[in-house]
Design a binder for this molecule. Sequence first.
Ligand SMILES: Nc1ncnc2c1ncn2[C@@H]1O[C@H](COP(=O)(O)OP(=O)(O)OP(=O)(O)O)[C@@H](O)[C@H]1O
Length: 414
Amino acid sequence: MARNIGSRYTAHQILGRGSAGTVWLGEGPEGPVAIKLLREDLASDQELVGRFVQERTALLGLVHPHVVAVRDLVVDGNDLALVMTLVRGTDLRTRLDRERRLAPEAAVAIIADVADGLAAAHKAHVVHRDVKPENILLDMEGPLGPGGAHPALLTDFGVAKLIDTPRRTKATKIIGTPDYLAPEIVEGLPPRAAVDIYALATVLYELLAGFTPFGGGHPGAVLRRHVTETVVPLPGIPEELWQLLVQCLAKAPASRLRASELAARLRDLLPLLAGIPPLEVDEPGPEESDQPAAYDEQQYTPAAEEPRRRGAVPLVPGSAPDSNRDTHTSMRVPAPDELAGGPLGTARAPRAPGRPRPGSARNKAAAVRKRRITLGVAALALCAAVVVGGLLATGGGDDGPAPQDSENSAPATP
Ligand SMILES: Nc1ncnc2c1ncn2[C@@H]1O[C@H](COP(=O)(O)OP(=O)(O)OP(=O)(O)O)[C@@H](O)[C@H]1O
C-alpha cells in the first residue's frame, strides 16, 4: 500500500521497523530511496521537530562512501521523515545472526570501512552515538573487498541526538545501546568522538567472538562492566589485532585511536589476516548473566509489553522494533558505589573451547569448594594443635608438637 511522504516521495513497502520509526522502500524524483518515517508521537513533538530542522545542514552535509547519505528531511503535517540512499543488501546484525562469527579478514575490512565513515563524520564534528551492527549496512551491489566483504555503510547518523532531547531524557539518564556504551557515558560525561571508537571496537570484538565483551544480563550489570572490567583476550586472535582492540576499548577516551588512524591501522593488518578462519571461541553460558550487586532494579523499567531481550529496552518507550535485537536503553547514570564490581567480575570472558572462564559461575563454585576444603583442613590442624598442646601441657606426650602444614594452617582466603 503506497503512501505519499511530503510532495516529492512515495513510500511503497516496509523494509523494517526500529524503535524510532519505520523504514520504507520509497521513490523520489531521483529514483528509489529508503525513507525513515519517525513515529507519530515523535513527529508531533515540537521540540524534536525543531531539532530536526536545526540538524538539517549537518545531516545533509555528511556525504561519504561509507555513510548512508541523508538526502532530504521531510516535515509535512504529521509526517517527519529522513530520506536516505537505499542500500540494497542486509545489515550487519543479520549477517552476524546467520554466521555467528566472521573470519578476521572480513571483520576487519567491514570495521575499516565504518571507521572511514566515522572519520568523515568526526571531521564534521558529528558524533554518531549509536554505532552497533544494526546500524551498519552491507551493500550487496558493491564490489567484494578483502575476505569477501561487501562495502559497509554506517546509517542512522544523528538519530540518537535528535531523540535525546532534554525533555525526553534528563541529564542524568543514559541513551544508547548498553553493550556498546563507552564507560565515560556511563559515568555521565557528554558523548564525544571517542565513544564511537569504543562502540566500533565492541562491534569488531563481537564479529570475531560472536558476543560483545561486556554484554549479558541486566543492563545495570552491563553498564558497570564497561567501567570496571577489562576485556579478556580472545583465544587465537593475532596479537597485532588484539592490541588494536585493547587500545580502542581503553576506559580513558584519550587513549583510544582516532577514526582515521583506526581505519589505516586495520587496513595495514589485512594481509596478515588473509585466510585465517573464524576464531574458535565458546559461547558464554547463561551463568554470566549476573545481576549487579548494588544496582537498584526499580530504576530499570522496560516497557510493559516489552519482553526482556538481552537486557535492552527501546529508545522510546512503547516502541516495538520488528526484530528481537538489542536496541537502546534509557537508564539513570549509576552512582559510583553501584559501579564498583565484585572480585570475580561478571563479564562474559571468552575462553578456548573446553576451558573454564575466569570469573564464571563454574569457577566460582570451584573457588567455594576449594575454600571449604582449606577451611576443613585448617580446622583439623587447629584441633590437632589443641590436642597436642593439651598433652604437652599435661606432660603426656614425648613426640614433640604435631607437624604444621604451613599451607593448610594459613588463614582461609576467599
Ligand atoms: N538506507 C537504508 N537502506 C536499506 N535498508 C535500510 C536503510 N536504513 C535502514 N534500513 C533497514 O530498515 C530496518 C530498520 O532500521 P532502523 O534504523 O529503523 O532500525 P534499527 O537500527 O534496527 O533499530 P533502532 O532504530 O531501534 O536502533 C533495518 O532492518 C535496516 O536494515
